[in-house]
Design a protein around this ligand. Structure first.
Ligand SMILES: [Zn+2]
Ligand SMILES: [Zn+2]
Length: 318
């Protein structure tokens, strides 16, 4: 690695010092992980006698519905009206307010297949049923000592429900896996074989990976800085032919602590139901050896509540 580090940038722009946060890059690589080591996926450990956790958030299922003959006639009538208006020199794509309302009613929040004449939408599964979580990250405290380890704990297990969810707590416009954090004590954990998840998407099942944890310091995205500090940081980066984003901030990859990148939506503050501004805990990256893919080959950011780690995590896709 050549080029300056975030620490050197902070020496040149001291106003950034309060923004410097410790982080750990996991650098996962496909290998059979040691069950006692930090890892992604791989063998499960759980406190003996305690049940393996299940996701109880609502799951979504596909629903297809035939379009009734009367609605099909209305849809085709609108098509004919559009053609006639186009022949008279009108725009063939502009619907009247009534036509648009009828089409929205027929589609009923879903999409319409005009060959099979059926609508498709995702709806809550009925009856709601739990789904076994799968191990995502197993972390030893010494590999990321900067995390807010509760007294007496030395292991963090990140489990997720490998299915898509909407409307989870502390999320906005989110569609993806449900995540749970379990702060535990290594001496309490024993090997276990978790039940298979009842529903899962292949892209949410990680290939077991060992990790080479590296502790770094990280700086925030431009959106989280006052403009004059970002300008100074950018000017410093350009002296080395770099961009502040990613080269000196928002380090990329599977990451614990540090700062999230807001490259696709701009900053969307993640606030807990209790009112506290949540703090970035984990970035799940798409691709690489674990082979998971979140969003559109994106990053999943997991946030925790600084007031109470027991509050539901915040989730954001970038
Ligand atoms: Zn679930
Ligand atoms: Zn909270």
């Amino acid at each position: 690695m050549t080029g300056p580090t975030p620490t050197e940038l902070v020496a040149a722009v001291p106003g950034l010092a309060p923004y410097l946060r410790p982080a750990t890059l996991l650098h996962p690589y496909a290998a059979t992980p040691d069950p006692q080591a930090s890892r992604i996926g791989g063998p499960a450990l759980w406190p003996a006698g305690e049940p393996w956790p299940h996701c109880t958030a609502g799951h979504l299922v596909d629903e297809y519905r035939e379009v009734p003959a009367a609605d099909r006639a209305i849809w085709e009538g609108i098509d004919r009206a559009l053609h006639e208006r186009a022949r008279a020199g009108g725009d063939p794509h502009v619907l009247t307010a009534d036509e648009a309302a009828e089409r929205r009613r027929i589609m009923d929040g879903g999409s319409l297949d005009l060959i099979g004449w059926r609508t498709h939408r995702t709806v809550p599964e009925q009856p709601a049923a739990g789904c076994a979580l799968v191990p995502l990250v197993h972390l030893r405290a010494e590999d990321a000592p900067h995390l807010p380890w509760p007294e007496g704990t030395d292991r963090l297990q990140v489990l997720w429900c490998p299915d898509d969810h909407r409307d989870l707590p502390n999320t906005r416009h989110y569609y993806g896996p449900n995540v749970e954090l379990h702060w535990q004590r290594g001496t309490d954990l024993a090997p276990t074989v978790p039940p298979a998840p009842r529903r899962s998407a292949e892209r949410y099942l990680p290939t077991p990976c060992a990790v080479r944890p590296k502790q770094i310091v990280d700086l925030p995205d431009q959106d989280e800085l006052p403009a004059e500090l970002h300008d100074a940081a950018e000017e410093f980066a350009q002296r080395y032919g770099l961009e502040y984003h990613r080269a000196l901030s928002c380090a990329e990859g599977w990451k614990l602590g540090g700062w999230p990148s807001w490259h696709s939506t701009d900053l969307v503050p993640v606030d807990c139901g209790c009112g506290a501004r949540m703090v970035h805990l984990l970035t799940v990256d798409s691709g690489l050896d674990p082979g998971v893919s979140v969003g559109r080959f994106a990053e999943l950011h997991v946030f925790v509540c600084p007031v109470d780690l027991g509050h539901p995590v915040g989730l954001d896709l970038q």
